[in-house]
Design a binder for this molecule. Structure first.
Ligand code: CTP
Length: 424
């Protein structure tokens, strides 16, 4: 017998981004989910009932008065594995926050035992209005995941935060929330900062000193944190990947720009994970014009100066209730160098990767050992970068629940294999 298909209620409220929810619906049904679409009555002005019915293969209703004998206003929510509302308008968020139950979607929200995700889409003024902020805070406090809208072109000429994130990215959120199931939203109410990618230090207008980091690991950390309920700030250096739905992305170029963005966001954060490859050195001067070859004369040497060490600075500024995580790319003596680096940088955790020979950079998979300042070590075998990300959040989450000073010095609980700390 095949496993039952995960049951998803796709709520659609009356925003023009409703057309993007068709793509989300397609991705859900094509990947084997049983989806019931519950549009609000006004949402049907944007996309009609036949489209939802044809794409989902299930009947569609907005009202509690259809099929009354089947009690859909209670059953849909009770039976769902996930309720995902996209787009969620300011009006829908307000009704959900206040527990109103005037139509089938709001009834479903009141009867759902499963995770509930809202993907808001509206004009920036509406998103930033204190009423909407308060409603979002209420919903988050009750355990719902409210993903941050993307920034960009809105209906008409406006630009700003309020766009519905890319449907492919919303699908990733749905997939991850379903995969976590009962393990749930342990980062709800937490703000985490993740750095990703590799910094570039300009030599002249066309050349730079860079590195091979693709940003895949940092982006996997951001996506998994969103699905665990965290508010995520993603400081991204030179990454050519789509913005993860729900993360606030701050693009940067150089190590100095990354230092400014990370340290500014870290002040109010519960955890900071430095997955970015930060250049240790930059050219002492940035030439305004391109350096030219001079026939007969060799190239001029480029003098380098040291960049700020962001991770070490985070270690110095940390609050006792904050968790700081670094990454270490090592080619030799991986564990010994990792332990020394962990102590030197004052972090709680250090994810140690072996790099070189095609390992780690630009690949979808990764293997690592996560060293803890408490002496623990957690092995994460070769697998998707997403799996390593989940283990990192397991370890962070356990430490957030037991702030420094109250933590026992023992092995940390984790998704990977955890070894006892050394006896000393
Ligand atoms: N890092 C940082 N700022 C820097 C350099 C590195 O915050 N200027 C962070 C990285 O984001 C990573 C960690 O420090 O989380 C370790 O990076 P790595 O390059 O392995 O360490 P380095 O301190 O540069 O040490 P070394 O190059 O000597 O091994």
């Amino acid at each position: 017998m095949s496993a039952p298909r995960p049951r998803v209620v796709l709520g659609v409220s009356a925003g023009i981004a409703a057309y993007k929810a068709c793509e989300l619906l397609r991705r859900l049904t094509e990947s084997g989910h049983d989806v019931h679409v519950v549009p609000t009555a006004d949402a049907l002005r944007f996309v009609g009932e036949p489209t939802w019915a044809a794409l989902s293969g299930n009947p569609v209703s907005s009202e509690v008065w259809d099929d009354v004998a089947g009690v859909p206003h209670v059953r849909l929510g009770q039976n769902a594995d996930l309720v995902f509302v996209a787009p969620a308008t300011a009006d829908l968020l307000a009704r959900a926050a206040h527990g109103l139950a005037g139509d089938l979607l709001t009834n479903t929200l009141l009867t759902a035992h499963c995770p509930v995700v809202f993907a808001p889409a509206m004009h920036t003024e509406m998103w930033e209005h204190p009423a909407t902020r308060a409603n979002v805070a209420t919903l988050r406090a009750r355990g719902a995941i409210v993903v941050e809208p993307a920034s960009g072109r809105l209906t008409g000429r406006d630009t700003g935060p309020g766009r519905l994130p890319d449907p492919a990215e919303l699908f990733e959120v749905a997939r991850r929330v379903l995969a976590r199931g009962a393990a749930g939203r342990d980062l709800a109410g937490r703000h985490v900062v993740v750095s990703a990618g590799g910094t570039r230090e300009p030599i002249d207008p066309v050349r730079f000193i860079g590195n091979r980091s693709s940003g895949l690991q940092g982006y996997a950390l951001a996506r998994t944190a969103v699905a665990r309920g965290a508010k995520v700030t993603l400081v991204a250096a030179n990454v050519a990947l789509p913005d993860p739905a729900g993360a606030h992305v701050v693009p940067v170029g150089t190590a100095a720009e990354m230092a400014e963005a990370v340290l500014a966001a870290a002040g109010a954060a519960d955890a900071v994970v430095m997955a970015a490859a930060v250049a240790d050195f930059r050219p002492a001067e940035h030439r305004e014009s391109k350096i030219k070859k001079v026939e007969g004369a060799g190239p001029e040497p480029i003098r380098l100066v040291q960049n700020p060490d962001i991770l070490a600075e985070l270690g110095r500024r940390r609050r006792p209730d904050q968790v700081i995580v670094g990454f270490a790319a090592e080619t030799d003596d991986v564990l010994a160098n990792g332990r020394a680096k962990l102590a030197r940088k004052g972090s709680d955790l250090l994810v140690v990767n072996q790099v070189g020979d095609g390992l780690a950079f630009g690949r979808p998979d990764n293997a690592a050992v996560v060293l803890g300042a408490d002496g623990s070590s957690t092995e994460v075998p070769l697998g998707a970068k997403e799996a390593l990300a989940e283990t990192v959040w397991d370890l962070v989450s356990a430490r957030l629940d037991t702030p420094a000073g109250t933590r026992p010095s023992g092995p940390a609980p984790a998704g990977g294999r955890t070894a006892d700390p050394p006896a000393d």
